[in-house]
Design a protein around this ligand. Structure first.
Ligand SMILES: NC(=O)c1ccc[n+]([C@@H]2O[C@H](COP(=O)([O-])OP(=O)(O)OC[C@H]3O[C@@H](n4cnc5c(N)ncnc54)[C@H](O)[C@@H]3O)[C@@H](O)[C@H]2O)c1
Ligand SMILES: O=C(O)C[C@H](O)C(=O)O
Length: 338
C-alpha cells in the first residue's frame, strides 16, 4: 500500500513539469517472455514513469503479465500473443517500444551468426510498428544490433515513417560492463567510473575510450580491459554453457536506457546515454549508424556528442571498428532492399 502511494505521488510530481507527460507512459516490450524480456518487464513494472506496460511475445506473455500485474505499482500490465490482433493491440498508443525478441547466441557463435533468424523477426516487428505506432521511440536490443537497427530503419523508410531521432540500438550494456570492469581494476565504486564506449555492439566494433576516464592504465591493463569490454558478451555466453547469453545485466541496461528516455521525454534536461543511432560522425566514410554519447530529449535524439580526444591506441581501434561496422550495416540494409 505504501509503495503504491509513493509510486503515485512520484508520477504526479514528475508531471508537474510537462503537460504532455500523461501521454508518454505506455511502454511495449516485444519478446517479453524471454530471458531479457521478463526481468526487463519486471524493472519497467517497478518504474513509476510507466503507467501502461504492454507485453507481447509469440508465447507465454499473458502468464508473465498476470504475474507482474500483482505488483503494487501504479501501472497496468497487459499481455498479448499473436492471436486476436495481439501485436496491434500491444503497439497502439505506445510511446516506447523495447525489442528483445529473437534468438540468443550459443558458445562458438558470433552475433552475426544470429542474422539469419533475427533479421526477419526484427523486420516483421518493424513492419507492425510502422503500421500501429509509427511515432514511437524504438529501442532495439535484438542481435546483431549493428544490422538489426539498419533493418528497422529501412522498413520504416519503406513505410514513409522513418524518424532517425527515434530509433536507438541499445548499447548501454557495453557501458555498464566497461564501468564495472574498470572499477574492479582500479578498486573504485563503479558509480564513480564513467567510460564512454563508441562504435557498434559486437567484438571489435565496440570501442571503449579508456583515455577519457581520467585513470592511468599500463599497456597490459589497456589490452586486457579493452578485450574484456569488447568480448564481455562471450564471457557470459561461455559461462551459460549453451543456455543463452546475457539476460539479467541486459535487462538492467535496457531498463536504464528506457528510464533515461522517459526522463527526457518528460522534460528532464541533460540526459545523456550511449546509443547506436543514425549519426553524421563517420557518415563521410559510409558508416551511417554509430554509437556515441547522445543527449536525449522530448523528440528523441537531441544532440549527438562528438567523440572528443582519443589516443593513438583508440584511433587504431576505431579504424578496425569502422571496417566491420560498415559491412554489418550494409548487410542489414540489403536484407530489406532485396
Ligand atoms: N543489445 C544487447 O546488448 C544485447 C544483450 C543481450 C542479448 N541481446 C539479444 O537479445 C535477444 C534476446 O535474447 P534473450 O536472451 O532474451 O533470448 P530468449 O530466447 O530468452 O528470448 C527471446 C524471446 O523472443 C521471443 N520471440 C521470438 N520471435 C518473436 C517474435 N516474432 N515476436 C515477439 N517475440 C518473439 C521468444 O518467444 C522469446 O520469448 C537476442 O537476439 C540476444 O542476442 C542483446
Ligand atoms: O553476447 C551476446 O550475444 C549478447 C549481448 O550482445 C551481450 O553483449 O551480452
Amino acid at each position: 500500500m505504501f509503495a503504491a502511494t509513493r509510486a503515485f505521488t512520484s508520477i504526479a510530481a514528475k508531471r508537474t513539469f510537462s503537460t504532455s507527460a500523461a501521454n508518454l507512459s505506455k511502454v511495449a516490450v516485444l519478446g517479453a517472455a524471454g530471458g531479457i524480456g521478463q526481468p526487463l518487464s519486471l524493472l519497467l513494472k517497478n518504474n513509476t514513469k510507466v503507467t501502461d506496460l504492454s507485453l507481447y511475445d509469440i508465447v507465454n506473455s499473458p502468464g508473465v503479465a498476470a504475474d507482474l500485474s500483482h505488483i503494487n505499482t501504479n501501472s497496468k500490465v497487459t499481455g498479448y500473443g499473436p492471436e486476436n490482433d495481439g501485436l496491434k493491440k500491444a503497439l497502439e498508443g505506445s510511446e516506447i517500444v523495447v525489442i528483445p525478441a529473437g534468438v540468443p547466441r550459443k558458445p562458438g557463435m558470433t552475433r552475426d551468426d544470429l542474422f539469419n533468424t533475427n533479421a526477419s523477426i526484427v523486420r516483421d516487428l518493424a513492419e507492425a510498428c510502422a503500421k500501429h505506432c509509427p511515432k514511437a521511440n524504438f529501442l532495439i536490443i535484438s542481435n546483431p544490433v549493428n544490422s538489426t537497427v539498419p533493418i528497422f530503419a529501412e522498413v520504416l523508410k519503406k513505410a514513409g515513417v522513418y524518424n532517425p531521432k527515434r530509433l536507438f540500438g541499445v548499447t548501454t550494456l557495453d557501458v555498464v560492463r566497461a564501468s564495472r570492469f574498470v572499477s574492479e581494476v582500479k578498486a573504485k565504486d563503479p558509480k564513480d567510473v564513467k567510460v564512454t564506449v563508441i562504435g557498434g555492439h559486437s567484438g571489435v566494433t565496440i570501442v571503449p575510450l579508456l583515455s577519457q576516464t581520467g585513470e592511468k592504465f599500463s599497456k597490459d591493463e589497456l589490452d586486457a580491459l579493452t578485450n574484456r569490454i569488447q568480448f564481455g558478451g562471450d564471457e557470459v555466453v561461455k559461462a551459460k554453457n549453451g543456455t543463452g547469453s546475457a539476460t539479467l545485466s541486459m535487462a538492467f541496461a535496457g531498463a536504464r536506457f528506457t528510464d533515461s528516455l522517459l526522463d527526457a521525454q518528460q522534460g528532464k534536461k541533460g540526459v545523456v546515454e550511449p546509443t547506436f543511432v543514425e549519426s553524421p560522425i563517420y557518415a563521410d566514410q559510409g558508416v551511417e549508424f554509430f554509437a556515441t554519447n547522445v543527449e536525449l530529449g522530448p523528440n528523441g535524439v537531441e544532440k549527438i556528442h562528438p567523440i572528443g580526444e582519443t589516443s593513438d591506441y583508440e584511433k587504431d581501434l576505431i579504424t578496425k571498428c569502422l571496417e566491420d561496422l560498415k559491412k554489418n550495416i550494409a548487410k542489414g540494409k540489403s536484407f530489406v532492399k532485396a
